[in-house]
Design a protein around this ligand. Structure first.
Ligand SMILES: NC(=O)C1=CN([C@@H]2O[C@H](COP(=O)(O)OP(=O)(O)OC[C@H]3O[C@@H](n4cnc5c(N)ncnc54)[C@H](O)[C@@H]3O)[C@@H](O)[C@H]2O)[C@H](O)CC1
Ligand SMILES: [K+]
Length: 616
């Protein structure tokens, strides 16, 4: 039943994504139509999230079952940089049009100071409701408010007061009263329950399902989940025959008892849970036969007599507790939110087991996308969060700088100087005699930076050879930068076929940056293969050539660098496996120009250095 359900996940690296479930089992949730909230312009058609990588899961209401509209605005107009060479020949693996859409810059954090470009304090992933509120331009419209929706008012998280005693069509209907009150719910968003706040999952149960369960476990005051307890009673009266899962559960409970373990696994109907969540979000929908959510040792709490947020626990409600008690004990105000952690989660897992016989699940290991390869929007410099950008966002940065009166050659020079700072510190050291450096130069702006690095090194008597992937066809910065380089006394340029076979000391990979389209074609691919085979230390400019900057996707025709210096900001696809040691460098773009990108980006605090180490 949950196949086709659209869900919102928070994964281990703190990122939020939405997708439609098409398969779920103990190890994984397979999603299609996946959109990361921070990179909505780059939807991913299929994604497998390992259970171990899940932090939270929320089932979205039916209104959100469709993929957010793709950004259809025109791609950035061609810049001088893009005119630097014709696109590669038709390539079936070319990046689809969607990735060329106008990038957007969602805010990174509420406390980010855009004007000063100060790195914000690290923050926890925001619950969806708050995220929508913070990002009015978001392509994700907020869902209809759940009864417990949090509201942000005056910097405090507020929960609207809800009186559930109103009844419509025979069902309790939440009615929001006028004055929001600060409530306990302010600190627990029932729509997305933090797993860390809940007790450990019993062993032997399918781990990813805990998220579904936790997400569905919305014991907010007067939740329809609780209201439908009578249905459970009816169900129990009917005493249906035990399902295979139920049998398994009984067996396990038997074993537990034998081993002196008093805890019990309970049986749960997952479909009902998911339905119930939907009904929590969507007013006027039927309330469902969900009464099996159980609370262990629920504790009554006293509330002020005049509180409108009071919910009496009825006798019916008690059947939802795993250890039902005498009616009197609960016939008073009950703190459902406070008792959140006591709800029994196990039943859901058991039901899921029955629907997906785990022994039938194919070995999905190969299909699993490690969470590390999911694009990251945050990295760290000196312990502070900095943003990462997709290739489209980077193109927008390049476009803005190209459109401004600020000279491209200044950016190129700054990038090269910053990279040289690292080279002199780490890669060409005084103990080296006559170090040999090969600079692989592409036809775009990435190549320009390589040419400027080559000049800086040649000026200091380093034995430099450049090799271009292609001759330049238009007058542009590439032509200018090559001319400047060739004006150095000891400048050398080699044809592709005459590159040294013996190991060189350093290879500067400046073939392709964010302008990659599809798998590298010859002769660029030949240069990539040469670099990987040479054995010399490779330093990539901006991104390893041949790597898709947004996703980090690599092929056999991707440079495998020892280190990568990202220009301006790291790219979302970067990690230490595909990029080596990661650095980010200041290219000196005026910060007023960058503020035109919106206030969502956090830049490194460079201090006296122009290049900084980046960590995940
Ligand atoms: N503000 C900054 O940080 C700046 C960064 N810059 C760097 O410029 C690149 C983007 O420049 P662009 O010219 O758009 O693209 P590339 O240099 O990455 O290369 C495009 C070039 O590559 C060829 N190409 C594309 N795909 C293939 C392929 N599959 N096979 C072979 N060749 C391919 C194509 O012909 C294009 O011409 C950015 O990443 C930074 O590194 C700038 O310095 C400006 C400021
Ligand atoms: K590169």
């Amino acid at each position: 039943m949950y196949e086709g359900t659209r869900v919102k996940l928070i994964v281990r690296n703190g990122r939020t994504l939405e997708g439609t479930i098409f398969f779920v089992d103990a190890q994984q949730i397979k999603l299609k139509q996946v959109v990361f909230h921070d990179t909505p312009q780059t939807p991913i058609s299929e994604l497998v999230v390992k259970s171990a990588d899940l932090k939270d899961l929320q089932v979205l209401p039916p209104e959100k079952q469709t993929l957010p509209a793709a950004v259809t605005s025109a791609k950035p107009p061609p810049t001088k940089a893009w005119a630097s060479g014709p696109p590669p020949a038709a390539d079936p693996s070319a990046i689809p049009a969607a990735s060329a859409s106008q990038p957007s810059f969602p805010p990174l954090a509420a406390n980010h100071n855009a004007q000063s470009h100060m790195a914000p304090v690290n923050h926890m992933p925001s619950p969806p409701v708050q995220m929508h509120q913070r990002n009015p331009g978001s392509q994700f419209p907020p869902p209809p408010p759940p009864s417990s929706m949090l509201m942000q008012q005056g910097g405090l998280l507020m929960s609207p007061s809800v009186d559930h005693r109103h009844v419509h069509n025979g069902h309790a209907q939440p009615v929001q009263t006028s004055s929001p009150q600060l409530s306990k719910a302010a600190f627990i968003d029932p729509a997305i329950v933090s797993m860390s706040s809940l007790p450990p999952i019993p062993s032997g149960l399918p781990v990813p399902l805990q998220s579904i369960l936790l997400a569905s476990n919305v014991p907010v005051p007067s939740s329809p989940v609780i209201h439908n307890a009578p249905n459970l009673e009816r169900q129990q009266e009917m005493n249906p025959p035990a399902t295979p899962t139920e049998k398994k559960v009984k067996e396990r409970n038997g074993e537990k008892e034998k081993n002196g373990d008093k805890s019990k696994i309970n049986y749960f109907n997952m479909n009902d849970v998911l339905d119930s969540i939907t009904s929590t979000y969507v007013p006027n929908t039927r309330h469902l036969d969900v009464g099996e959510i159980q609370i262990r040792n629920p504790s009554p709490v006293k509330r002020p007599a005049n509180s409108v947020n009071v919910k009496k626990v009825s006798k019916q409600d008690q059947s939802t507790f795993s250890e039902p008690a005498e009616a009197e004990e609960y016939n008073e105000d009950f703190d459902f939110v406070g008792n959140n952690a006591k709800f029994n989660k196990d039943k859901v897992f058991s039901q899921m087991l029955s629907e997906h016989n785990l022994s039938d699940v194919p070995d999905a290991e190969n299909a699993v996308v490690p969470i590390e390869s999911i694009p990251k929007t945050q990295f760290y410099v000196d312990g502070k969060v900095i943003s990462a950008v997709t290739s489209d966002q980077m193109k927008l940065i390049c476009h803005l700088s190209a459109q401004s009166t600020f000279s491209q050659n200044i950016i190129i020079e700054n990038a090269a100087r910053s990279i040289c700072e690292l080279i002199w510190r780490e890669y060409i050291t005084p103990d080296m005699t006559n170090p040999r450096v090969v600079v692989l130069v592409g036809v775009g702006q990435n190549g320009c930076v390589g040419l400027a690095v080559a000049r800086q090194l040649a000026n200091r008597n380093v034995n430099v050879i450049i090799t271009r992937s292609r001759a330049y066809q238009l007058p542009n910065e590439s032509v200018e930068q090559r001319k400047y380089y060739l004006e150095c006394k000891n400048a050398k340029e080699a044809q592709i076929g005459s590159l040294p076979v013996e190991k060189v000391d350093l290879i500067i990979d400046a073939l392709i940056g964010c302008g990659l389209r599809g798998t590298p074609l010859a002769p660029t691919s030949t240069l990539i293969q040469w670099a990987n085979a040479n054995g010399g230390t490779i330093l990539s400019v901006d991104v390893p050539s041949g790597m898709e900057a947004t996703t980090g996707a690599v092929t056999d025709l991707t440079v495998k660098p020892h280190a990568t210096v990202a220009l301006t900001l790291p790219k979302t696809g970067m990690n230490e496996e595909n990029s080596g040691v990661m650095y980010v460098c200041d290219v000196g773009l005026p910060n007023g120009l960058l503020s035109g990108l919106g206030d969502g980006l956090a830049f490194p605090l460079y201090g006296s250095s122009y290049i900084k180490r980046v960590t995940c």
